[in-house]
Write a protein that binds this ligand. Structure first.
Ligand code: ADP
Ligand code: MG
Length: 698
């Protein structure tokens, strides 16, 4: 029986209306889809807690009690409904931010409910947001032990599709399936990794017979999910390797050596040397290099890129470096041109705003090989840009360039150029293996000498005045200061108002110092001009939105003040902090927040004050937010709706999955052996399902 062609509509109790909602809300159409809609949580339904026992560190729990009254509070977006819920030991606040009209009609005052939810500390009080409430007789009879909980949307709840009804639908599907659910991995893998079969796994993920079987079911399903991601990505790599060779950079020559001997302004760090060596070896194998260079902000990636580019030029190739924004491209261009001054190399800039006339001159020069080094933005990968012999492409800030864009580069030559992608936001290993599983990884884990770690301080906005002394002192010593405001799309207007008010306020507080304001709504030329005034030192204080996150390098800046810091994510805060501490002097990062903070936010801020290590921060970020939210991963085209595996927690299973996938391909690169037919069929199926095209072999 092919479960993927059986429509959910015909399951008793579903029907046309609910099946529409299931489709539009959670993308469930077939029986198979429904069976792969896993519980987000399992709870022990046999235990009911007392309100007195609750603390802020508990997972989802059950309570039994009644609602005393409802209350509507707050205005506009802060509007919410609260209810006081009590049992014989105490009371706790319930809160809803959505479906406000519905809530008071849905639940009755004075009726006894079984409540299911997660207590959290908000401000100084405990509450439970968006709990599930059910009357006792609605409970499945005789239900004890471990129960799955399914996430549902408001729209689903409105059509009476709560967690409980999802569970009932799944029960019906199991009742209707004849025979066993067909296996999706081969026997060899099942035995090697000691996995339970798919049929048992699916039954036990929904209706665990025991905690042990639940664990085994989770393991089997997580392994399988990660295994296919890895199998696919490694297969692409293999296919590419077999299809194309790679340019051979056999020597280090004149340009590299002259630069190293005459121009290099400082000693390379050991980490920089090691990475350059890795790149050297990798570009001399006859295979195409695909390497990810991770290094914290300020670790000196640009120089590594530049020296790799010189090796390409030494071997007679052209090379290009691509940045995500015009400002960053321009800054790279200026840095590189300055560093290479006098070596006789043709270094040029190509961006979206390069004038037509200039473009007209540039394009033929690129095509006939007159240009050695091209710096630019996305404009570089347009089809109109044709190189004579492009040997190496460096991509700065990997996040904005997904696999699909890289694939365009692979197609730019008869033979694909070597590719070095650099990222300033360190990516946890597990995420890197999934996102860029086809890349080798180099790490710069050492900052240039003489840098003092930035001191990070968290203060409440209300107590800001005592910080101004510190800022004033820094200004008197000749330093420069950033003040950053958040800017998010939904409240752009009020954010701009905040920014402008902050700008005016700053001028009043620090009279006698030139202040400028920079934000994303300004015309690029105007923005660049203001930035430039700060870079040159004419302006001492820059009030800005996050446009400064990437790009500006002002070693004289020693203070970074972040307003409403609770509204920024961890990686973003770390990136912003990286703008200071670039010189030899002590720098400061000041995080200003309001007083009342959610628990997660408090955690973010304390991580920031405790560590400067970008990798540690990235790991924490992944844990706190989940991979889908990590900056820019959405654009990378990876299906982050991993259904069961969690990249923050399942690193070991991922490594195992990767090893097994590698072994399979080692033995059978094209998956042609009969025992691997099952894997091939499954890959084709996943490719077909994935609309992002990520599973595609390019
Ligand atoms: P990022 O890795 O964030 O791109 P950059 O390449 O912009 O870092 O380097 C940050 C700063 O450190 C630059 O001003 C650069 O000139 C300087 N720098 C790079 N390598 C070294 C080094 N080995 N010693 C001293 N300063 C260095
Ligand atoms: Mg950089």
């Amino acid at each position: 029986m092919d479960l993927s062609t059986q429509n959910i509509k015909y399951i008793p109790g579903v029907g046309p209306r609910k099946s529409e909602v299931l489709k539009s809300e959670i993308n469930v159409v077939s029986w198979e889809d429904m069976l792969y809609y896993f519980p987000y949580k399992h709870i022990d339904r046999s235990r009911i807690f007392k309100i007195r026992e609750i603390n802020g560190n508990m997972p989802y729990i059950q309570l039994k009690g009644k609602i005393h009254h409802f209350e509507t509070i707050g205005e506009g977006r802060a509007r919410r409904i609260t209810a006081l819920f009590y049992d014989d030991t105490g009371n706790i606040e319930l809160v809803w931010f959505k479906a406000l009209k519905m809530i008071p009609n849905l639940y009755k005052i004075g009726t006894e409910y079984i409540l299911f939810g997660k207590p959290t500390i908000f401000g100084s009080k405990l509450n439970i947001a968006h709990p599930e409430l059910e009357t006792e007789d609605n409970f499945f009879q005789g239900e004890v032990g471990v129960q799955g909980q399914y996430s549902t949307t408001e729209k689903m709840k409105n059509t009476f599709l709560n967690s409980r009804s999802v569970q009932k639908i799944i029960t019906s599907i199991f009742d209707n399936i004849k025979g066993k659910i067909p296996e999706t991995l081969n026997v060899g893998i099942l035995q090697k990794v000691n996995l339970i079969d798919l049929d048992t796994a699916l039954h036990n993920i929904h209706f665990p017979k025991s905690p042990d079987l639940l664990r085994k079911a989770e393991f089997r399903l997580k392994f399988e999910e990660l295994f296919y991601v890895q199998l696919n990505i490694l297969r692409i790599t293999k296919a590419r390797e077999q299809h194309f060779g790679g340019f051979i950079f056999s020597k280090v020559g004149e340009y590299f050596n002259r630069f190293y001997d005459q121009k290099l302004p400082f000693e390379l760090t050991n980490a920089q040397k090691r990475v350059i060596r890795e790149i050297r070896l990798d570009t001399n194998t006859g295979r195409q290099m695909n390497r990810l260079l991770q290094g914290d902000v300020g670790s000196g990636k640009t120089l590594v890129a530049l020296m790799s580019m010189l090796i390409a030029v030494d071997n007679g190739f052209q090379t290009a470096i691509m940045a995500p924004t015009e400002i960053l491209a321009t800054q790279h261009f200026e840095t590189i041109r300055e560093l290479l001054d006098g070596l006789g190399l043709e270094v040029h800039l190509l961006t979206g705003s390069t004038k037509k006339k200039e473009r007209g001159k540039l394009l033929p020069a690129i095509q006939n090989g007159d240009i050695h080094i091209l710096v630019g933005t996305h404009a570089l990968i347009e089809d109109t840009v044709v190189f004579k012999n492009l040997g190496l492409v460096v991509i700065d800030e990997q996040h904005r360039f997904g696999v699909a864009q890289r694939a365009r580069l692979w197609r730019k030559n008869e033979m694909p150029p070597h590719i070095l992608v650099m990222t300033a936001t360190p990516i946890p290993r597990t995420l890197a293996m999934t996102l860029y599983g086809d890349l080798e990884v180099s790490v710069i884990d050492e900052l240039p000498p003489g840098r003092k770690p930035v001191k990070t301080i968290h203060r409440y906005s209300a107590n800001r005045t005592n910080l101004y002394d510190l800022v004033r002192q820094q200004l008197q010593e000749g330093r420069q200061v950033y003040i950053v405001y958040p800017l998010i799309k939904e409240s752009e207007k009020s954010d701009l108002k905040n920014l402008t008010a902050g700008f005016e306020h700053t001028k009043e507080i620090f009279p006698g110092y030139e202040v400028c304001m920079v934000h994303g709504k300004m015309k690029p030329a105007e923005k660049d001009a203001e930035m430039q005034r700060f870079v040159s030192g004419e302006v001492r204080i820059m009030v800005a939105t996050t446009v400064i996150e990437v790009g500006v390098n002002v070693p004289n800046a020693s203070v970074m003040i972040i307003e409403d810091a609770e509204r920024f994510g961890l990686s973003q805060l770390h990136q912003l902090r990286g703008r200071v501490g670039r010189g030899a002097d002590q720098s400061y990062c000041i995080l200003l927040t309001r007083y009342e903070l959610a628990e997660n936010t408090r955690k973010r801020l304390s991580i920031m004050t405790e560590t400067n290590d970008g990798f540690a921060i990235a790991e924490e970020d992944l844990k706190l937010r989940g991979p889908g939210d990590i900056d820019g991963t959405q654009q990378s085209g990876i299906p982050f709706d991993l259904k069961i595996a969690n990249l923050a927690k399942d690193g070991q299973i991922l490594s195992l999955a990767r090893d097994v996938a590698r072994e399979v391909l080692e033995e059978d690169p094209l998956l042609q052996m009969s025992k691997n037919t099952i894997l091939n069929v499954q890959l084709v199926k996943l490719n077909g399902k994935n609309q992002t095209g990520w599973f595609m072999i390019s």
